[in-house]
Design a protein. Sequence first.
Length: 206
Amino acid sequence: MTTPSNRNLDRDTSTSKKNYTDITLSNDHGAISFGHIHQPGDVTSDISLQASDGRHGLFLDKDGIRKGWTTSTSPGNFSIMCGLDNKESQDSLFINAQNGNIDIIASNGKIRLQGTDIELLAVGEGGSKGNIRMKANENIELDADNKVLINAKAMYKLATPGKAEIVANSSMKIYSAIIQGVTDAVATRNSKVDGKNFRDKQNKVA
């Protein structure tokens, strides 16, 4: 909460923000301030709402290192509910970062997405954009009650430096204009279809 004791801080007055129009209304439950300067003296808030717990607040900052920032801090949950009167086909919650990234981080917990459908769409152009990347320190699991379909217009590749298994308990179909199988034996004696070159190339990228 804003109090006289935390306004007079030992800080570098040559770079500290200053204003003479700060207005603060406060009691034992919290405070609302117009023009409040944060404790380090580096940022001024146009409007700040602060609860009795100093970790609980809403700040609309106007200058310094957080110019134009809106910051909400909560020691407990942060909940958003909307769309009660909307139809299923409508967009009820819209988050748009016109420039820059959107980071969702659970420092000590899980990130869950749940819906009737989940769609991921990358719309960038060129080889360096328009990509969806997944990386896990341990495992990536795909489990569908019905089908898992993969369709690549140019190429797809599955590679591992360890073991690989393909299992179909019912039936398996493999189709290609040309099917080429290469074992590690070509390392010492090349095959008629230049299997050694293919083997060496795969060992470099695996």
